[in-house]
Unconditional design. Sequence first.
Length: 346
Amino acid sequence: MAAVTNAPSVIVRAANADEGRAIAGLWRELWDAHEAWGGYAGTRDPRVYEQLAQRLSEDARVRGGQPVLGRHIHLVAQTDLGIVGQVEGWFERHGIDETTPFTCEVRSLIVSTRTRSRGVGRALLEALAQVARHMSRGAPVVMAAEVLEPNPAHAFYAKVGYSPVSWTARLATDGADDPGTSSGPWVARLATPDDALAIAMLDTSLAARRRSQGDIRFDRPRAVEATFVGALAAHLARPAGSLDQCEVVVVDEHQVVRGSSSLTVMSLDPPFVPARRGLLGRFAVDPALDPRPLVATLVRLGRRLASMRGAATLELTDLDPPSGPLNEGALSTGARPWSRIVERYA
Ligand SMILES: CC(C)(COP(=O)(O)OP(=O)(O)OC[C@H]1O[C@@H](n2cnc3c(N)ncnc32)[C@H](O)[C@@H]1OP(=O)(O)O)[C@@H](O)C(=O)NCCC(=O)NCCS
């Protein structure tokens, strides 16, 4: 394949089959840095990186010099020092509205410490955006990256035109002082198919909030209509395994649903040390009410459910900016700021 970007002294291109080991070395650098910022631990076992190197070489062989395989993009940066950086992209469209932009998630961006601040990171992101534009065939594409709060890369993303649009907090699930899943008049419980209409209506406020924060990865607010409510009811009625996504709602003293969110528990695969992480997101609350106690009540149940499913931590995703009411509700449960999503058009 021809180089996607050829800025002076840096070439960005697909990986070659003999470069697995060099790329695995970059992953090791990334995982060590990630851990230093309080992120999930990466393994120290050299055999895992040896297997990763083999998998990366095999992957490059299958790609045959093309950065795109299905929805996955993989690019490396080469200078006179060899392979000095890499980035992955995951291309998809969230939602069902055809006017919603495609999203290219920026993943595992790393530039070796020996070649930082020489334009390599910028070149990798520019090349990734170019590939994503090609994949979207002219439709709008938004680039989105998650940056942990302690990572100094916030300044880098600001320089290359990305802005924060969504915030995440995190808490441990072993709540020794767990005050239960009710608070004042609010009680959290798992959603049932009967909650479909209420959740569909709350979804409209979620969509409006995301757009108002500048997060354009998701569908615009849509009219609540029977097909959508029916699909949601069917989703809530399905027999869900213990690791499947589940919806939780918070109800008032009259059993009226006033807020909802979704819980997922995911496995962390090597080169992470194997573990489980819970994700509680899609917070939607009745716009007429103070969201703080509603969010806190949802989080307490989410924490309990995540713990029962083997997750040691729970990430509270899709929050509003720090000092926003949802964020404050999340932090009131003992959660700490964890990361933010930054975005720009490709
Ligand atoms: C973030 C990272 C990829 C940046 O790569 P890089 O090659 O050093 O970045 P560039 O040289 O292309 O920088 C582009 C601009 O951002 C600025 N910049 C880069 N890192 C910066 C930092 N830590 N603080 C302030 N500015 C920074 C550069 O000065 C440059 O500004 P300019 O356009 O005015 O010259 C690199 O630091 C890295 O690999 N960090 C560890 C892994 C990581 O954080 N990955 C991202 C996970 S979300």
